[in-house]
Design a protein around this ligand. Structure first.
Ligand code: S3P
Length: 421
């Protein structure tokens, strides 16, 4: 049973972007309520290596921007750790800086596809080398003058979209993007609020050159993906009730709410403010007996990071839930399709792998056992929720990775978890 009112740490995607845009701006920016987690720390340390002065205080970070091409030659390799957002977005910026830089990361990041940014950045004139002709990091980027880009996005990836917009911004050249643009749009919203020239023309995203960005304060809302862990956990347990306050409500991130409602959950959302174009408010879920549904198509990019916890919700629901069109899950911090099926089936979940998703039939007769996060923070947290609600003794190993996105997760879980399922 989960019961309580909680807040979650700042949004990871928005924090990365605030750090990067503040570094590119002219003047000093204050980031209020940033996520100070391992993933965002990778962006901070890479920016410091590139000559950006950053002051970190409890609940706020000050960034002294150097302008669009004021980055300094790094004295060392830039280590992005586990963070795909750090590597891909920074690659876009570095493509326009007049020096050579090297981006690397942990074992998981070195196995994730980089050709999706390398190819279009090469089209803009950047010289990029990487393992297997740029398919994988480490990446060596020889930045310099870039040319305008017209590009059709083949995957709905905010990291690719953002890398190309940031390359155009720093390179002061036009970027026109079409195709699969329906991923999270934090970069677009924040670019506009920092004074970039970004418009939408008949379904094409158009970034036009500007000389500089203007430093500003950024208020970071709570991370809806962290909130979703508790909310989707509570949804299928009659009697449970969880409210998460001060959380981002950007519609490109709220797909899991639509899914929970379609499964029969009671969800209420109250929008209380907007800052930097990002709506923010509170979400309450009251637990109900849920039914399995089909999750596929256009909604997938709006809930891509919530599929691990929705798989747990589905394990508590009655009937079959199918998840399709989610092949991107195979190239996240781990192959999340394989990981979810392998780990949840160890403790009794009826779950099968599909090429681009999963099939889960509930409700589950849980079994005690040991499950492993495979070093993936979202898998770890989803398994902790399954363990807490199962009524069985389930232990989660390799769980340190939770700190990648959600420091303090265990304390909040302990504060809201009660007796019974
Ligand atoms: C993110 C974009 C998504 C998401 C990731 C964070 C971002 O990845 O899964 O956790 O901050 O831009 P893709 O862009 O690869 O879809």
């Amino acid at each position: 049973m989960l019961k309580g009112v909680v807040s979650v740490p700042g949004d990871k995607s928005i924090t990365h972007r605030a750090l990067l845009l503040a570094a590119l701006a002219s003047g000093t920016s204050e980031i209020i309520g940033p996520l100070q987690s391992r993933d965002c720390q990778n962006t901070v340390s890479c920016l410091r290596a590139l000559g950006i002065e950053i002051e970190e205080h409890p609940r706020r970070t000050i960034v002294h921007g150097v302008g669009l091409t004021g980055f300094r030659v790094p004295g060392t390799v830039l280590d992005c750790g586990n963070s795909g957002t750090t590597m891909r977005l920074l690659a876009g910026i570095l493509a326009a800086q007049p020096f050579v830089s090297v981006l690397t990361g942990d074992e998981s990041l070195l196995a994730r596809p980089m050709d999706r940014i390398v190819q279009p950045l090469r089209q803009m004139g950047a010289l990029i080398k990487g393992r297997m002709d740029g398919q994988f990091a480490p990446l060596v980027i020889r930045g310099g003058p870039l040319t305008a880009l017209r590009y059709e996005l083949p995957v709905a990836s905010a990291q690719v979209k953002s890398a190309l917009l940031l390359a155009g911004l720093a390179g002061r050249c036009e970027v026109r993007l079409q195709g699969k643009l329906n991923s999270r749009d934090h970069t677009e919203r924040m670019l506009v609020s920092f004074g970039a020239d970004l418009t939408e023309e008949h379904g094409t995203l158009v970034l036009s050159p500007v000389d500089c960005l203007t430093a500003r304060a950024v208020q970071v809302p709570g991370d809806i993906s962290s909130a979703a862990i508790f909310l989707a956990g509570a949804a299928g347990v009659p009697g449970a009730e969880v409210t998460v306050e001060n959380v981002g409500l950007n519609p490109t991130r709220t797909g899991f709410i639509d899914v929970l409602r379609a499964m029969g959950a009671e969800v209420s959302v109250v929008e209380t403010s907007t800052s930097g174009g990002e709506p923010c408010g509170s979400i309450t879920v009251r637990g109900r007996e849920l039914r399995g549904i089909a999750i596929a198509g256009e909604i997938i990019p709006r809930l891509i990071d919530e599929i691990p916890i929705l798989a747990v919700t589905a394990a508590f629901a009655h009937g079959t839930t199918t998840i399709k069109d989610a092949a991107e899950l195979r190239v996240k911090e781990t192959d999340r399709i394989q990981a979810l099926a392998a780990e949840l089936s160890k403790v009794g979940v009826d779950i099968t792998v599909q090429p681009d998703g999963l099939t889960i039939t509930g409700p589950t007769t849980w079994r005690p056992g040991e499950v492993n996060s495979r070093g993936d923070h979202r898998i770890a947290m989803s398994l902790f929720i399954a363990a807490a609600l199962s009524g069985e003794s389930i232990s989660v190993t390799d769980a340190d990775c939770v700190d990648v996105s959600f420091p303090g997760f265990q304390e909040i879980l302990t504060s809201i978890v009660g007796k019974g399922r």
